[in-house]
Design a protein around this ligand. Structure first.
Ligand SMILES: [Zn+2]
Length: 188
């Protein structure tokens, strides 16, 4: 288990476009593992490689639904529909949140750590997480999209966490996953 330091805004690395991964090396697999460890340690639902200072197109997400941990290399949104509007936060901008308009459902294609193509469709919180993390790969922070942006009063932090938990439960019910091939259960 290795926790990496989360890059905080303002930092140039958060505003740059990340490069596609050409080859899945042991270093990339280690990065995926470290990113998940770092995300769980920070109690986030998603993390993009630029947030640990690596300009590569890699994301990890776990919104607490049936998908469990999603690791995705070179993710691309191939379909989106509907609309949702709600609060978002970012591990690189602690203590703040803002309301962002997002697609309510997205289908994302990418590769797992073995180089196998995977396709996942997510709604609600999972869709929001995909859009937020993929934005990071293009150097876009949610603060650029938010219709309002505000500091979380300390007494509301707990309430926000409860809201997130509720959203997670909601996501669990609505989780929809399709994979191009057999789900890969192997963990390294
Ligand atoms: Zn973020």
């Amino acid at each position: 288990m290795a926790i990496r330091e989360i890059v905080l805004e303002p930092n140039e690395v958060l505003h740059q476009v990340a490069e596609e991964v050409k080859q899945i090396t042991p270093a990339i697999r280690k990065l995926l593992t470290d990113m998940a460890d770092t995300m769980y340690e920070a109690e986030g639902v998603g993390l993009a490689a630029p947030q640990v200072g690596v300009l590569k197109r890699i994301i990890v997400i776990d919104v607490g639904d049936d998908n469990g941990l999603i690791e995705m290399i070179n993710p691309v949104i191939v379909a989106s529909e509907g609309e949702q509007f709600g609060p978002e936060g970012c591990l690189s901008i602690p203590g703040y949140r803002g309301d962002v308009r997002r697609a309510n459902q997205v289908t994302v294609k990418g590769f797992d750590r073995k180089g196998k193509e995977i396709t996942i469709t997510g709604t609600e919180l999972l869709a929001r997480a995909f859009q937020h993390e993929i934005d990071h790969l293009n150097g876009i922070l949610y603060t650029e999209l938010a219709e309002n942006y505000y500091e979380i009063p300390p007494e509301e932090e707990e309430e926000f966490e409860q809201e997130q938990e509720q959203a997670q439960k909601q996501a669990q019910k609505q989780a929809q996953t399709t994979e191009a091939q057999e789900p890969n259960q192997e963990k390294e």
